[in-house]
Write a protein that binds this ligand. Structure first.
Ligand code: GDP
Length: 443
C-alpha cells in the first residue's frame, strides 16, 4: 500500500511522544528531525519538507503545546493539521458549468492512466445520476480509441470518436455539439499523451483548450513516479493552467512523495485519487482523511461511505432480521462475503481502520485473500439444502464438498465449526438485545 513506509515511521516517532506528560523543546526537536528524515525518504520535495518542519516546530514550541494536558497528543494534532494543509486543506470539488455540459479536459503523459481514469470519472459521475460523454481525442497512441470504446461499453457511457485521421480540435468541438444535442451534462476529453513533454504536444493541447474552453483541466499523474510526477505537473501547469490533479496508482507501493508535494509545489489541488485498475477505483481526494490515514488514525468516514455505496440497504436489513432470529444460513454467509468484497480489496478496507497500519505491519497478520477464496469455494460446493440446513452435513457430504471445492476435509470441518460458533453467538447476542430492549435500555 501507498505510504506504508512513511506511515510506520511517523507512527514510531509519535509513539514515543504520546505517553509523555511533559514534552520539552528538545523532545520536539528530536521528533522533528525524525519527521524530516521520514518525509525526505518518502520522496517529498525538500523545500516542502523544510517548510513543513519549521511550521510544525513553530506551533509546537509556541503556546498551543504549553496549554495542553497531553502535550504528546498535541504535537500529533499539529502534524495532522499541517499534513492536511499540505495536501490542500479541504476537499477540492469538481467545477460545474453554469450551463451544461461541464467540459473536463484530461491531460497527462503516456502510461499515467489517463484513458483508464477518464472511464473511471465517467463511472463516478454516472453514479451521481449525471450523463457523461467520453471523447476519444488521443489519435496517436495505438488502440487508445478502442480502449476508451471498450471502457464506455463496459459502463454504458457513450463514446464520441471520429477515428485516428481526424484532428483532435475538430473531434473536441464536434463532441461538444453532440453532447448539447443529446442533453449530456459532462464531456470528458481524453487527450493525447507522450512519453515526455514536448512542444508539439503542448501546442495541440493548447489548441484543444482554446477550442472548447474547458471548465476543468485535470492532469493525470502516476504517483509511483514520485518527484517526477511533481515536475511533470509543474510543466503542464505553466503551459495549460491546470485546475486540478488526479493521482493514480496509489494502490501501489508509492512512497507518497507526489501526493504530499504536488499541491505545495504547483498550487494545483488534488481532486481525485485512483487506487486500482478496476473501473470503480477512483475516489474524490480528501486531504484530511489522507492525513489521518498516514498517521494511523484511520479513515472511518471513507469506510462508511464505501459501505453505503456498495452495500444494498434492503439486503442488510433482511440480514439483520435473520441474525436476530438466528436463521442465518451459509447462503447468507456467502452473500455477506460478496457484499464486503464489493467494497474493494480487503487490505485497502483494513487500511482505513484506526491502528490497522501497525497491525498489518506484523507479517503473520496479513489479510489472506486466498483463505477467503477457499471459504467461498467450499460454500459454493454445497447443495442448496446443505447451505440452508448445515446440520445435515454428515461425513460423506463433507467429503464430497472437500473434493468438489479442491480443499481438504479439515478445511470443510473448520469452516462448519466456525459457522456454528457464529450462529451460537448471534443467538446469544440477539437474546441479549431482545432482553435489553424489553428493559428499555436500547432504542
Ligand atoms: P494512458 O496512456 O495515460 O492513457 O494510460 P492508461 O489509462 O492506458 O493506463 C496505463 C496502465 O496503468 C494500465 O495498465 C492501467 O490499467 C494502469 N492503471 C491506471 N490507473 C491505475 C491505478 O490507479 N492503479 C493501478 N494499479 N493501475 C492503474
Amino acid at each position: 500500500m501507498a505510504f506504508e513506509g512513511l506511515s510506520s515511521r511517523l507512527q514510531n516517532v509519535f509513539g514515543k511522544l504520546k505517553g509523555k506528560g511533559k514534552v520539552t523543546e528538545d523532545d520536539v526537536n528530536e521528533a522533528m528531525r525524525e519527521v524530516r528524515l521520514a518525509l525526505l525518504e518518502a520522496d517529498v520535495n525538500f523545500k516542502v519538507v523544510k517548510e513543513f518542519v519549521s511550521k510544525v516546530k513553530e506551533k509546537a514550541v509556541g503556546q498551543e503545546l504549553a496549554k495542553s494536558f497531553t502535550p504528546g497528543m498535541a504535537v500529533i494534532d499539529i502534524v495532522n493539521k499541517e499534513l492536511t494543509e499540505l495536501m490542500g486543506g479541504t476537499q477540492s470539488k469538481l467545477a460545474k458549468a453554469n450551463k451544461p455540459p461541464t467540459v473536463i479536459m484530461m491531460a497527462g503523459l503516456q502510461g499515467a492512466g489517463k484513458t483508464t481514469t477518464s472511464g473511471k470519472l465517467a463511472k463516478l459521475l454516472q453514479k451521481q445520476n449525471h450523463k457523461p460523454l467520453l471523447v476519444a481525442a488521443d489519435i496517436y497512441r495505438p488502440a487508445a480509441i478502442k480502449q476508451l470504446q471498450v471502457l464506455g461499453e463496459q459502463i454504458k457511457v457513450p463514446v464520441f470518436a471520429l477515428g485516428d485521421k481526424a484532428n483532435p480540435v475538430d473531434i473536441a468541438k464536434q463532441a461538444l455539439e453532440h453532447a448539447k444535442e443529446e442533453h449530456l451534462d459532462y464531456v470528458i476529453i481524453d487527450t493525447a499523451g507522450r512519453l515526455h513533454i514536448d512542444e508539439a504536444l503542448m501546442d495541440e493541447l493548447r489548441q484543444v483548450h482554446a477550442a472548447v474552453n474547458p471548465d476543468e483541466v485535470l492532469l493525470v499523474v502516476d504517483s509511483m513516479t514520485g518527484q517526477d510526477a511533481v515536475n511533470v505537473a509543474e510543466s503542464f501547469h505553466q503551459q495549460l493552467s491546470l485546475t486540478g490533479v488526479v493521482l493514480t496508482k496509489l494502490d501501489g507501493d508509492t512512497r507518497g512523495g507526489a501526493a504530499l508535494s504536488v499541491k505545495a509545489v504547483t498550487g494545483c489541488p488534488i481532486k481525485f485519487a485512483a487506487m486500482g485498475e478496476k473501473i470503480d477505483s477512483l475516489e474524490p481526494f480528501h486531504p484530511e482523511r489522507m492525513a489521518s490515514r498516514i498517521l494511523g488514525m484511520g479513515d472511518m468516514l471513507s469506510l462508511i461511505e464505501k459501505a453505503q455505496s456498495s452495500i444494498d440497504s434492503e439486503k442488510a436489513a433482511e440480514l439483520e432480521r435473520k441474525m436476530r432470529r438466528a436463521e442465518f444460513t451459509f447462503e447468507d454467509f456467502l452473500e455477506q462475503m460478496e457484499q464486503v468484497r464489493k467494497m474493494g480489496p480487503l487490505d485497502q478496507i483494513l487500511d482505513m481502520l484506526p491502528g490497522m497500519g501497525k497491525v498489518k505491519g506484523m507479517k503473520d497478520l496479513k489479510v489472506d485473500e486466498k483463505q477467503m477464496g477457499r471459504v467461498e469455494a467450499i460454500i459454493r460446493s454445497m447443495t442448496r439444502e446443505e447451505k440452508q440446513r448445515p446440520e445435515i452435513l454428515n461425513a460423506s457430504r463433507r467429503k464430497r464438498i472437500a473434493a468438489g471445492s479442491g480443499t481438504s476435509i479439515q478445511d470443510v470441518n473448520k469452516l462448519i465449526k466456525q459457522f456454528e460458533d457464529m450462529r451460537k453467538m448471534m443467538k446469544q447476542f440477539s437474546s441479549m438485545m431482545g432482553g435489553a430492549k424489553k428493559k428499555g435500555k436500547m432504542p
